[in-house]
Design a protein around this ligand. Structure first.
Ligand code: CMP
Length: 202
């Protein structure tokens, strides 16, 4: 079993309109790479939404075509959790431009699923930093809340057998790592270290 490190993160992954017909294959890669899918949402971005999502690129030569492309059809957004998820997902994506991805990382998602005739139609997106991940996750999942706790008769006994052993490990790690956002860290740790989670198939 893969040991958890102290860098469990969340990132926003998005399958872009040109690759929606390959979404099942891309999702398989996500699973094979060992990410935990925390949430998913299929939606079509309006033009103003695409402008807002890519606001940091406003003014760049490719901005107008990017906004047009990203609002041209449905997208599928995921919150992924895992060890070092931001960097890990970006390495699975490969270089931004499809031609570079095909040359430098032929097994990457952008090489395999990007449009060979259009460098910008690169199949999928990934947050590039912790700050972007937080912003982008909030953009697609503004109402995200954590599950309510367990209450009622027998709960204490049940928790001591079924949950405490994992929770004690989680809380020990949490105290060692002291992450900035302990609740989100704990939620992700539990997803990644769920003892009942199926092993990645690679
Ligand atoms: P993405 O990772 O979603 O972030 C910005 C997007 O703009 C990028 O993928 C491409 O789809 C598009 N793009 C087009 N040209 C460029 C470029 N020269 N540099 C960065 N992004 C580009």
């Amino acid at each position: 079993m893969k040991m958890a490190t102290d860098k469990i993160q969340r990132t926003l992954a998005m399958i872009k309109p040109d690759a929606m017909n390959r979404a099942a294959e891309i999702e398989k890669v996500i699973q094979q790479e060992g990410f935990t899918i925390v949430e998913r949402r299929r939606t079509r971005l309006s033009r103003p939404e695409a402008e807002e999502f890519y606001a940091e690129h406003r003014g760049k030569p490719f901005y107008e075509s990017l906004v047009q492309y990203m609002s041209s059809g449905e997208v599928l957004a995921f919150i992924l959790a895992g060890d070092d998820a931001i960097t890990h997902w970006r390495s699975v994506l490969g270089p931004t431009k499809v031609s570079q991805a095909r040359q430098q990382a032929p097994d990457s998602i952008r090489a395999r699923f990007g449009d060979p005739n259009n460098d910008s139609h690169n199949a999928a997106h990934g947050s590039d930093s912790v700050t972007s991940a937080q912003r982008e996750i909030k953009f697609f999942f503004p109402d995200l809340t954590l599950e309510a706790g367990l209450t009622g008769e027998g709960a204490k006994e049940y928790l001591s057998h079924a949950v405490s052993p994992t929770l004690v490990r989680a809380l020990t790690e949490l105290c060692k790592v002291r992450p900035d956002d302990p609740i989100v860290w704990l939620a992700d740790w539990l997803l990644v270290n769920n003892p009942n989670k199926p092993a990645p198939s690679h």
